[in-house]
Design a protein around this ligand. Structure first.
Ligand code: FES
Length: 83
């Protein structure tokens, strides 16, 4: 059976739901965007500073660039999550 129905409505629903939920930046260590933002708001200015509080980018390193972007431009990702 061929499914000819559009699934665009599901994609829109997922992205809306996703924007309202927590975004994990570091999957290895379950570090969220919100946690990184909070550490930056408390004064962290570098990845080393953030890593003193959170284990982001301490395993595979795939999240390092995203973490760096959050540190240098804290509003750069999913602004709807930041409150
Ligand atoms: S995803 Fe962050 S260290 Fe692997």
């Amino acid at each position: 059976m061929i499914d000819n129905h559009s699934h665009l409505h599901l994609t829109a629903l997922r992205s809306t739901t996703f924007a309202r939920t927590t975004m994990y930046v570091c999957l290895c260590n379950a570090v969220t965007e919100r946690q990184i933002r909070e550490v930056v708001e408390r004064g962290a200015r570098s990845l080393d500073d953030v890593q003193r509080c959170l284990p982001v980018a301490t395993s595979c390193g795939c999240c390092e660039q995203t973490a760096q972007e959050l540190i240098t431009s804290p509003r750069s990702l999913s602004p709807s999550v930041a409150a």
